[in-house]
Design a protein around this ligand. Structure first.
Ligand code: GLN
Length: 193
């Protein structure tokens, strides 16, 4: 059965995600208003600008429906600003605190090959653009990858967040991981699988 994957499309880079999802056989759906969330099998919150995205979410009344979706066990992938949106201070669904633009001025944008726990087939090519890192996380959060001693990829049950842009490097394995999380479309079990 084809999975419908929402991509929050208020602002930021959602096009590249759309292409990857199509290539993986999923049906992308741009999410702009609460009705777009109905019946989604997974959701991606892309990169962009978290302050602008926050304003858009408030303006469209998307906060509650997005929280409900994540809380219902539907898999969610947040990339870069999307990671920020999932944190304690924004949508409050992922038990992390992020530090925005954390890599400093001289390293605002860079690319790296990083080993990501749970992703087979060699390192992930990661594009960091004014990226955040995870400054604090709760016990239920699994750190999947670090850069310079700071978590840049985390998972909590079916919520996955990365500080970088996998989609800009044509990296598809995080999208595959997302699609693989909801095999039967049912809420997560106690093991978070
Ligand atoms: N610096 C941006 C923010 O704080 C995130 C950048 C990105 O998504 N590439 O929202």
């Amino acid at each position: 059965m084809t999975r419908t994957v929402g991509i929050l499309a208020l602002q930021g880079g959602f096009e590249a995600h759309t292409k990857i999802l199509r290539a993986l056989g999923a049906e992308p759906r741009e999410v702009r208003v609460p009705a777009d969330i109905e019946g989604l099998d997974a959701l991606i919150i892309p990169g962009g600008e978290s302050t602008v995205m926050t304003l858009g979410i408030d303006r469209e009344g998307l906060g509650e429906p997005l929280r409900a979706l994540a809380g219902s066990g539907v898999p969610v992938l947040g990339t870069c600003a999307g990671m920020i949106m999932l944190d304690r201070d924004h949508l409050g669904v992922l038990d992390i605190r992020t530090s925005r633009n954390a890599f400093g001025r001289q390293l605002r944008s860079f690319e790296a090959e990083i080993e990501l726990a749970g992703v087979q087939g060699g390192p992930v090519h990661a594009v960091f653009i004014r990226a955040p890192w995870v400054a604090e996380h709760g016990d239920g959060v699994e750190v999947l990858a670090m850069v310079d001693g700071h978590p840049v990829a985390v998972r909590q049950g079916r919520l996955l967040a990365v500080a970088f842009h996998p989609e800009l490097a044509g990296e598809t394995r995080l999208h595959q991981l997302l699609l693989g999380m909801n095999g039967a479309g049912r809420p997560t079990g106690v093991d978070g699988s």
